[in-house]
Design a protein around this ligand. Structure first.
Ligand code: AMP
Length: 444
């Protein structure tokens, strides 16, 4: 997180006690003056050493535990009592706080564990490559403990080589992360064929759409299933999971990929609906696009201390997600875009996600991000930022991308040649999603 975001979150939540890893002391020392509610900082250090620090009332974690009363009886909280808070990653505006109750975390943990959820078992070795501040590492932080799975934590700033090494050494069976990570790991595995990741059965992908090529490549080349799921901080976060149903299992590869690419069916207890801007429900025909609304035992009822943003929550428990989706007759939801990321050109919509997926389906492309730029004639036009798979090469060219898209999209939807740019890497948010705000900023 940036200093500004960290400061905003600490002040908004009115934190009194902050637990900090010693690797992050420098940043907190800068921020602490602007955080008057914090009474004490507790430093967690691998060597159990208290580093020199000007942090207010600083205590070392192990020493703090030692000083405790061994006969202390912890209170038993009410199931509706607040247990934890997470903040949204704030790709637009300030982060928004969500409070989870003891009850909602418990129910969500069961939802993550069941077979058609993430399906965690005691015999799994789980590597969450998703930070705990991001919706409690998607619930894996709790579910792995409840299941009794072995948990492998990758530590600060690991790269694809560290991930591959951990998978091999610890015999990881299931890992969870955003698509960017699994893209990087895939490139690494291709370049280092001696790496043995045969223990890995499932890579859980969420946070952004899993590209079709990635699902296909992992299955074909490594026998690894990409389990695509969708969720939000506001939903603890599990919303939907994409698994083919029994009657689909004999479908051919391409048809199954159509299913696995979708964000999936709601987890038990979660209701979903697609609705228009007057909150009227729309048909589940796989074509009609509308906003997704959700309701369920682990869906928040409001943002913490933020009445303006809390208008997204209705009195009867529905939360308007801001995701624009279709739902097919089988009940699989597919994201077309975020409401704010859809591109409106000449009065018609272009899905940035569809276009990104199409570009990323090329073997010579590592990442692609599509945003809107203002246009006098058409209101908005799509701009594609593309990262080449082979850094330093000049292939593909803008013309290659243009021709590739022209074969799949209506003519008016394809970006102009001069709107196709090549960059070194797509800027990412703190949780590894494409940061479209930064790219839009570069256009103005
Ligand atoms: P956050 O609360 O920061 O995890 O952000 C939630 C948002 O991430 C959702 O509203 C979606 O826009 C996006 N998101 C999460 N999972 C997926 C997915 N599998 N495919 C596409 N977008 C996703």
């Amino acid at each position: 997180l940036s200093d500004e975001q960290l400061q905003f979150i600490i002040n908004h939540a009115e934190d009194k006690l902050v637990f900090v890893d010693s690797s992050l002391l420098g940043q907190l020392e800068t921020v602490q003056e602007s955080c008057p509610t914090v009474e004490r900082f507790v430093v967690i250090d691998e060597q159990n050493q208290m580093p020199e620090t000007p942090l207010r009332g600083a205590l070392e974690y192990e020493a703090l535990l030692q000083s405790g009363d061994p006969d202390f009886n912890p209170p038993e909280p009410h199931e509706q009592a607040a247990a934890a808070m997470c903040y949204t990653s704030g790709t637009t505006g300030d982060p928004k706080g969500v409070v989870y109750s003891q009850r909602s975390i418990y129910l969500h943990t069961l939802g993550v564990m069941i077979g058609d959820g993430i399906g965690l078992r005691q015999r799994d070795t789980v590597l969450p490559f998703v930070p705990m501040f991001h919706a409690n590492a998607w619930g894996v932080a709790h579910a792995a403990l409840m299941a009794g799975s072995k948990l492998v934590l990758p530590g600060p700033g690991p790269g694809p080589a560290d991930l591959a090494m951990l998978m091999e050494k610890e015999q990881v069976t299931l890992a969870a992360g955003v698509p960017t990570i699994w893209n990087m790991l895939y490139q690494y595995l291709k370049q280092n064929p001696q790496t043995d990741v045969s223990s890995v059965e499932t890579l859980v992908v969420g946070g952004s759409a899993a590209p079709r090529a990635m699902i296909r490549n992992y299955a074909r080349e490594f026998g690894i299933t990409i389990l695509h799921l969708w969720g939000m901080t506001e939903m603890s976060p599990l919303g939907t999971v994409s698994r083919p149903k029994a009657h689909m299992l004999d479908w051919d590869e391409e048809r199954l990929l159509d299913v696995r690419m979708k964000q999936g069916m709601p987890a038990p207890g979660v209701e979903i609906r697609v609705q228009d801007d007057k909150d009227q429900t729309l048909p589940w025909d796989g074509e009609t696009i509308g906003e997704l609304a959700v309701r369920g035992p682990w869906v928040a009822r409001a943002y913490y201390n933020n009445p303006a943003a809390s208008k997204a929550f209705t009195a009867d428990g529905w939360f308007k997600t801001g995701d624009v989706v279709t739902i097919d007759p089988e009940g699989y939801m597919q994201i077309a875009d975020r409401t704010k990321d859809l591109i409106k050109s000449g009065g018609e919509w272009i899905s940035s996600v569809d276009m990104e997926n199409a570009i990323m389906a090329r073997d010579d492309v590592l990442e692609a991000c599509v945003v809107a730029r203002p246009d006098d004639k058409w209101d908005e036009r799509p701009v594609a930022f593309v990262v080449r798979a082979a850094g330093g090469s000049d292939s593909p060219t803008p013309q290659d991308i243009f021709d590739h898209l022209a074969g799949q999209f209506a003519k008016w939807q394809v970006p102009y040649l001069e709107d196709i740019h090549f960059i070194e890497a797509v800027p990412k948010t703190s949780v590894g999603k494409f940061d479209k705000k930064v790219l839009r900023g570069q256009l103005s």
